[in-house]
Design a protein around this ligand. Sequence first.
Ligand code: GRF
Length: 193
Amino acid sequence: MVRLIGYKKIRTAVFISGRGSNLLNLIKFSKCKKSPISINLVISNKKALGLRYAEKYEINRKIVNFRNNKIAEKKILILLEKNNIDLICLAGFMKILSKKFLRKFNKKIINIHPSYLPKYKGLNTSLRALKNKEKFSGCTVHFVSSKLDSGKIILQKKVKINKNETEHTLDKKIIKEEHKLYPAAIKKILANP
Ligand code: GRF
């Protein structure tokens, strides 16, 4: 008799607010045989376009209204518990999670950001980098702390800014790198837990 020795995948939730290209990328990554994660929950603070990927791949999904942050976070904590989530990947999630939330979900929370941190925290990263005539930008995956885009860096990748670069072309180059970086960062943090 052949005995299959399986290993448990880390149950992961992805939080989004937008188009969800990183979500789709992580779903595809999770389907690889050797991937250390499964995606079991998608949370959005609004009717985001990316939710269609959760629907397509039949992943539990929930829109949580953030009119009241405290109530929203309480609801999310219940969902995380119900779905036995051990890792949260923020992927274009436009809400800031409170210190209390980070304390209560005392497992790993990571985020992807479209700049070479610590440069250009916040929004419009490519535009600001271009205006400042930077030679490169990039992307970063980091642990989430209570300060915006400031937690410990897991992995980052530089992206060269060319002479005739526009915000659009730079964004395109960065998102392509993000799709390689996020799975690599997940593998890195789960290799030696
Ligand atoms: C990405 O650039 C990510 O770094 C940032 O928000 C964007 C989300 O893009 N946090 P998508 O929704 O995953 O396509």
